[in-house]
Design a protein around this ligand. Structure first.
Ligand SMILES: [Zn+2]
Length: 267
């Protein structure tokens, strides 16, 4: 089986995970910028993180012949400090021309606060000015529906943003339709405990069809499974799905979306 892992926080993973991904058929891994589990104290912390994502992590992946791509931003969890957020957004353009950078992400909302919304708008403006793809994180649990609506509205209100160049991640049963109806792509995040289990993800595929849909493990420093995508593909096979639609979901779809950035290439 070949597949793409379109959302994985590899800086938090051990090198053995690269080996496991490669052996499972992974053709490329993409890493959005994320919260480190603690708040960074200054713009210098983000500068170093962006160097890690654009210089060091691709080298670690290359040891396994695996292309590594990334997305850049200040994540919503650290967006309460507007001054810091503005400083970070200011340094991002220096990195946008680097060969593995696909776009701006994972931006979005966490608690749906006023400052988070302001920083989301700044990121959307940055993406529009630099013609970048956008990857969006949506809030958890009770904040998700409201947050997803707010995010959709920010993106819709900026007429420079083409919806087919946006993926809204961590969709669930109550948000997937509003994302797809807006013409955007939807990501299903496979977590052992929260977000979306493999069974729920397959139910959504069966209900809404595979168009503009992808699956990812979002494996990070928390309890998560870097092999969640191939395991879910196996689960689809068990449910009687044919090989072609499975490959569409785990390989053709992410490749199709990501190729909108000319830098996305498979080896
Ligand atoms: Zn993430």
């Amino acid at each position: 089986m070949k597949y793409i892992e379109p959302h994985a926080h590899m800086v938090s993973r051990v090198t053995d995970d690269y080996l496991k991904l490669t052996m499972a058929g992974c053709q490329a891994v993409c890493e959005p910028a994320f919260w480190a589990g603690f708040d960074r104290s200054s713009v210098a912390g983000f500068y170093d993180y962006f160097c890690q994502l654009t210089e060091h992590e691709p080298k670690r992946a290359a040891k396994f012949g695996l292309p590594h791509f990334c997305w850049l931003c200040i994540n919503p969890k650290e967006s309460e400090d507007l001054k810091l957020a503005e400083e970070v957004i200011e340094i991002i353009p220096k990195f946008l021309d680097r060969p593995n950078v696909l776009g701006i992400g994972e931006i979005g909302l966490n608690k749906n606060s006023r400052n988070e919304l302001k920083v989301l708008e700044l990121h959307v403006d940055l993406a529009a000015r630099h013609d970048q793809l956008i990857l969006v994180h949506t809030p958890h649990l009770e904040d998700k529906l409201k947050g997803t609506r707010l995010i959709r509205d920010v993106l819709k209100n900026d007429k420079r943003i083409r919806p087919e160049r946006v993926i809204i991640d961590h969709v669930e049963e109550h948000t997937i339709e509003l994302v797809l109806d807006a013409g955007m792509w939807a990501g299903m995040t496979l977590y052992p405990e929260s977000k979306c289990t493999p069974a729920r993800a397959i139910d959504m595929v069966e209900r809404y069809g595979p168009e503009r849909l992808w699956m990812n493990s979002a494996c990070d420093w928390g309890i998560s499974d870097p092999l969640a995508v191939p395991k879910t593909a196996l689960e689809m096979k068990k449910r009687g799905h044919a090989p072609e639609p499975i490959e569409k979901l785990v390989f053709q779809n992410p490749a199709g979306f990501l190729r909108q950035c000319a830098k996305f290439r498979l080896s």
